[in-house]
Design a protein around this ligand. Structure first.
Ligand SMILES: NC(=O)c1ccc[n+]([C@@H]2O[C@H](COP(=O)([O-])OP(=O)(O)OC[C@H]3O[C@@H](n4cnc5c(N)ncnc54)[C@H](OP(=O)(O)O)[C@@H]3O)[C@@H](O)[C@H]2O)c1
Length: 286
């Protein structure tokens, strides 16, 4: 049985991806913050496919202690039911904010959820991924282009701009995937980033206000259905031999920002390791 963890599986792109992957016969473990939304998502998937293998774990992934707790729950599930193996981890949960807001641990919320949560969850689930020579997929965005990481103030606490914070978090997704491939491709683990395109979801209307809320109300109408990006996750999980690329859109490789270098990936690893209190280990620079 091939098991896949998807964060943010209670709505939008994550929910549709969970639906598609259960249809393909994968055992899907969804993670999201709200129990009622998780139950609704599970009921929706089961009402269409009563044989779907779908379970949900509730966790507010913005808080690192919650990431650690849910990783432990998932690991014990995998140990009991899946020989300790995880075939794929899809780090998809994400948010948009209108203002500078911090988590209980003091981290800017877009950076905390869109990047650090996936960074820490991947670290915690790495032993299970290693056993399956697994795949790690980040939901990135074309908006990772045209920006650099602000290394001196990564939370943008001095001059906060919500769009800059979002774009930077998406650049971090692809730098993280690059750094994972640098470290673990030789062990059979591969990391990818999916660009979903513009998708009609409510992401910009959750805990936002003012201009961000208004702009997203108008913009999302031009977005495609989540069924479109879900195909790319299906493609990356279904290939028997892990594909070689890094950045995918509509099941095909796509060009990414020149900022995506091993040097920047290493720098992000060091910074994120410090912020999460973990250590992945060094990679030799070529
Ligand atoms: N929509 C687009 O056009 C677009 C484009 C490029 C990239 N993306 C990326 O796609 C990903 C998914 O976004 P989406 O558009 O599908 O938005 P969405 O419908 O709002 O889905 C976000 C998911 O994350 C969950 N979530 C939010 N905060 C969380 C937290 N603190 N802890 C755990 N789970 C949390 C949400 O739970 P609830 O159901 O409880 O809200 C939901 O399941 C994000 O990474 C986003 O950056 C989206």
């Amino acid at each position: 049985m091939y098991t896949i963890v998807i964060t943010g599986a209670s709505s939008g792109i994550g929910l549709e991806t969970a639906r598609v992957l259960t249809q393909k016969g994968f055992n899907v473990l969804g993670v999201a913050r709200n129990e009622a939304n998780c139950n609704r998502a599970k009921d929706m998937i089961l009402s269409e496919n009563p044989n779907a293998k779908i379970s949900f774990f509730v966790a507010d992934l913005m808080q690192q202690r919650e990431v650690i707790r849910v990783a432990e729950e998932i690991t014990s599930y995998l140990d009991q039911k899946c020989s300790g193996k995880l075939f794929a981890l899809i780090n998809n949960a994400g948010c948009v904010r209108s203002w500078y807001m911090t988590t209980e641990e003091g981290y800017e919320q877009q950076f905390a959820l869109n990047h650090l949560a996936g960074f820490l969850l991947t670290y915690k689930l790495l032993p299970a991924l290693e056993k399956a020579r697994g795949r790690i997929i980040m939901t990135g965005s074309e908006s990772h282009k045209g920006i650099k990481v602000n290394w001196d103030d990564v939370m943008l606490s001095h001059r906060y701009n919500p769009l800059t914070a979002y774009k930077q978090s998406k650049l971090c997704n692809i730098l993280f995937a690059k750094g994972l491939n640098d470290r673990y491709a030789s062990a059979g683990i591969r990391a990818y980033v999916v660009d979903p395109g513009l998708v009609n979801t409510d992401i910009g209307n959750k805990e936002t206000g003012g201009l961000v809320n208004l702009i997203w109300m108008l913009r999302k109408r031009h977005g495609v259905s989540p069924t479109i990006p879900a195909k790319t996750y299906g493609y990356l999980c279904e290939q028997e031999t892990a594909p070689d690329g890094l950045y995918y859109y509509l099941c095909k490789e796509k060009i990414y920002s020149k900022q995506v270098t091993s040097k920047n990936a290493n720098r992000l690893f060091e910074l994120s390791e410090r912020l999460c209190g973990i250590y992945f280990g060094k990679v030799e620079m070529k």
